[in-house]
Design a protein around this ligand. Structure first.
Ligand SMILES: Cc1ncc(COP(=O)(O)O)c(C=O)c1O
Length: 381
C-alpha cells in the first residue's frame, strides 16, 4: 500500500516535470571521475573562499576545497547533534580564541558530546589551521559533533566524536551605518537550547528571513516574560536616556564572547565620564524602545548601530555617539598589538599598552611555526 501510493505520487511529480526517462542520473564510475567533476566546479570560482579545513575524520588539514566535506552519517548532519563556534581572524590574530574555545566546550558538555581531543589539542589545531590558511582576515568556524556512525538518534553507535574547522576568507570593516530591525514572530529557543551554541539554527534562520521579508536587517527576540533576549546570531545592547549601557541577562540566551568583552571594556567610558554605568539586567520592550541608542553586538560586527525598530526610530533615529565609542573600544581591542618580549622592539613601539589585550589574541605565522611567548601570547611574523 505504502509503495503503491509512493509510486503514484512519484508519477504525478514526474508528469509535472516531464517524462522520467528524460532525466538520467549520472553514476560516477570512479572517485577520480568524481574528483575531476568537483575540481571543475571549483576551478570556475574566481577566489577560493575557504583556504583551509581541518577534519578529525581525515586527521589533518585540507587545502583542496573539493575535499572539504563531512560524512552524511555524521549525527550533526542528520540529527543536529553538534555544537559550533566562530572566532574571527583579524590582522593575523585569532581574536578571543580562549573565550570561544571555553564556550564550545561548555556547549559540547551541555549537548553530551565528548570532544575527540583535549582542549589544548583543539586550540593547537585551530592555530595551525589558521596558519596553514595564510588568511589574515576572516572567520574561523569549528564544530564538535557526536560523529559519524549510523542514522539513529542515539550516538552510542558512533565510535568517536568529530572535530571540524574551516577558515573563511572574509573581509569586514567597522560598521558605521545604522540598520533597521523588527521584533521576531518566530518563537525563540528554550533557555536550555538558547544558552548552548548547537547547530539547530532553524529558528534563527527563519527570524532573519522574516526580517528580510520586511526589509529589515535582522530581528530582536523577546522572551516569554516580555524581556529583551537577543538577535538571531548577535547580542543586543542599549544606551538608556541617562547614559547607562544595559544588556539583557545571559540566563536565557547565548553568552556572547563579544558582549562579554564589551562589558569588560565599557567601564573605560565610565572612567572618562562618558557613560554613567554598565549593567546586565532584565529589560522590558517598553524600556528598550525608549532607549537613546541601540546596537547589535557580535563577533563579526563587533558593534552594529540600530536606528529603527518596528518602523519607529530609536532615540533620534541616527547612529548613536556612545554606540560608536563602544564600537571603537572593541575595534581597537581587536587591533591592539600585543606585548611580545621577543619581538619587543617591533611590537612594543606599536603597543597602546592594554593590560587586557595580551590575553585576548592568539597569533600564528604562515610557516606553521608558533612563536609562543607565554601560554597566552604568540605572534604573527
Ligand atoms: C544566538 C546568538 N547570540 C549571540 C551571539 C553573539 O556571540 P559572539 O559575540 O560570541 O559572536 C551569537 C553568535 O555566536 C549567536 O549565535
Amino acid at each position: 500500500m505504502g509503495n503503491l501510493s509512493e509510486s503514484t505520487a512519484c508519477s504525478q511529480n514526474s508528469a509535472e516535470v516531464g517524462n522520467e526517462n528524460d532525466f538520467r542520473v549520472h553514476v560516477f564510475s570512479s572517485s577520480s571521475e568524481l574528483l575531476e567533476k568537483l575540481h571543475e566546479k571549483w576551478s570556475s570560482v574566481e577566489k577560493q573562499p575557504y583556504p583551509a579545513m581541518y577534519s578529525s575524520i581525515y586527521g589533518g588539514i585540507i587545502l583542496d576545497p573539493a575535499l572539504m566535506v563531512i560524512p552524511i552519517d555524521d549525527h550533526m548532519v542528520h540529527r543536529g547533534h553538534g555544537v559550533f563556534d566562530t572566532a574571527i581572524l583579524f590582522d593575523g590574530y585569532i581574536y578571543e580564541l580562549d573565550a570561544h574555545l571555553d564556550r564550545i566546550l561548555r556547549s559540547a558538555s551541555s549537548a553530551k558530546i565528548s570532544p575527540p581531543f583535549p582542549r589544548s589539542a583543539l586550540r593547537s589545531i585551530l592555530i595551525q589551521l589558521s596558519a596553514a590558511s595564510k588568511c589574515k582576515k576572516g572567520t574561523l568556524r569549528y564544530w564538535l559533533s557526536a560523529g559519524p556512525g549510523d542514522f539513529l538518534l542515539s550516538s552510542s553507535g558512533c565510535p568517536t566524536s568529530a572535530f571540524y574547522a574551516v577558515v573563511i576568507d572574509d573581509d569586514f570593516s567597522q560598521r558605521k551605518e545604522g540598520v533597521k530591525v523588527i521584533t521576531s514572530s518566530v518563537p525563540m529557543k528554550q533557555p536550555q537550547f538558547a544558552t548552548m551554541k548547537n547547530v539547530n539554527y532553524l529558528p534563527n534562520v527563519l527570524s532573519v528571513i522574516e526580517a528580510e521579508e520586511k526589509e529589515a536587517f535582522a530581528s530582536i527576540w523577546v522572551d516569554e516574560e516580555g524581556y529583551i533576549a537577543e538577535g538571531p546570531n548577535v547580542n543586543v545592547a542599549f544606551i538608556t536616556q541617562d547614559k547607562e549601557l544595559v544588556m539583557p541577562l545571559f540566563d536565557k540566551i547565548l553568552r556572547g564572547c563579544t558582549a562579554k568583552r564589551l562589558l569588560e571594556l565599557a567601564p573605560k567610558l565610565v572612567d572618562q565620564g562618558l557613560l554613567k554605568g554598565v549593567r546586565t539586567t532584565n529589560i522590558t520592550v517598553e524600556e528598550a524602545k525608549a532607549a537613546a541608542e541601540m546596537m547589535y553586538v557580535g563577533s563579526t560586527l563587533p558593534v552594529l548601530p540600530i536606528i529603527m525598530w518596528d518602523d519607529k526610530p530609536i532615540g533620534h533615529g541616527k547612529v548613536g555617539e556612545l554606540t560608536m565609542l563602544l564600537s571603537d573600544l572593541l575595534w581597537d581591542d581587536m587591533l591592539e598589538p600585543i606585548f611580545d618580549p621577543q619581538a619587543s622592539n617591533r611590537r612594543l613601539s606599536l603597543s597602546r599598552s592594554s593590560s587586557f589585550s595580551a590575553a585576548q589574541r592568539s597569533g600564528f605565522d604562515s610557516n606553521l611555526h608558533l612563536k609562543s611567548i607565554c601560554p597566552l601570547v604568540s605572534v604573527f611574523v
